[in-house]
Design a protein around this ligand. Structure first.
Ligand code: ZN
Length: 293
């Protein structure tokens, strides 16, 4: 099952003659589920059971083309957002750190920075804005002290994310400001869809990457995560209770601008394209000027 946030309504993403198309979930379920996304995650087990009993061809009747500009983050109002640092050994090395031997650093990205997959992003004045493509997991059931072996069953699905990061404010000190430096407006694009793990050949091994104006800058595989999605769900839920709709940015592979010699940061007019195998793409355009209303 693929779910998207179209104009703040939950839609099912279906294949219509080879193209992705949207079916309004509230309409398709006769009002049982949706239209709001948070309610869909709170009722996730029932949504999944309902979907499993459906004929996809029948659901696709009445599907409408998807205007990507109208897509929002698949989980737009999570109770909690977790972001994981140094979760790929190659990225830890380029950042000048040892690879973590216990839980990697955990911080947050504030929800006000969430957007859909295709956006313009304003570069903060005086900032050094960097890219971090990341697999994002959305929780589908309350989770407390979950075993790693059972952890995938607490995950509603996966989406693509960019943990866009402004390094001057992040590293200004006296201690790092991860949450603020990564939460300027538009710094958490996600999408295009939430994809359930069963849709993926191996949800623990997905290629992910990003390119600036067509030049590849990051490419990795989620099988190289030091803490995989199930390990993260187990480790986080050992401490906090995870709630349906909660979002976990799982960390970025090597190739960020801060790790280059000399460092490289996003410039006015540059385009950042990000992708995750089996999930889809994000497209960001960076600008120094705020768009006119
Ligand atoms: Zn990150």
């Amino acid at each position: 099952m693929r779910i998207a946030n179209l104009d703040q309504r939950a839609v099912l993403v279906v294949d219509a003659a080879g193209a992705d198309a949207a079916v309004d979930l509230a309409t398709a379920s006769d009002g049982r589920f949706g239209p709001d996304l948070p309610g869909v995650y709170r009722d996730w087990a029932h949504v999944q059971a309902w979907w499993t009993g459906l004929d996809p061809a029948a659901v696709a009747t009445g599907a409408v083309p998807i205007d990507r500009a109208r897509l929002g983050a698949p989980s737009p109002a999570p109770a909690q957002v977790f972001a994981i640092g140094l979760n790929y050994g190659t990225h830890a090395a380029e950042s000048g750190f040892e690879a973590p031997t216990r839980l990697p650093p955990v911080f947050t990205k504030y929800v006000s920075s969430f957007t859909g997959p295709d956006t313009d992003v304003a570069l903060p004045p005086g900032g050094n804005v960097d890219w971090e493509v990341e697999l994002v997991a959305v929780i589908g059931a309350e989770a407390s002290r979950v075993d790693e072996a059972a952890a995938w069953s607490y995950v509603a699905g996966l989406t693509a994310g960019q943990d866009i990061s402004e390094r001057v404010s992040q590293l200004a000190g006296p201690a790092p400001q991860f949450g603020l430096g990564k939460s300027f407006p538009g710094f958490s694009p996600q999408g295009p869809y939430l994809v359930t793990p069963d849709e993926l050949a191996d949800p623990d091994d997905l290629e992910l990457g990003c390119a600036i104006d067509g030049e590849d800058v990051q490419k990795g595989r989620t099988s190289d995560l030091i803490y995989s999605v199930p390990k993260l769900v187990a480790a986080l839920s050992a401490i906090v209770t995870l709630h349906p709709g909660d979002v976990i940015f799982t960390g970025t592979p090597a190739g960020v601008g801060l790790g280059r010699k000399p460092p490289r940061y996003l410039q006015d007019g540059e385009r950042l394209d990000s992708w995750i195998e089996g999930i889809g793409e994000l497209h960001q355009r960076f600008t120094t000027t705020t768009r006119a209303e």
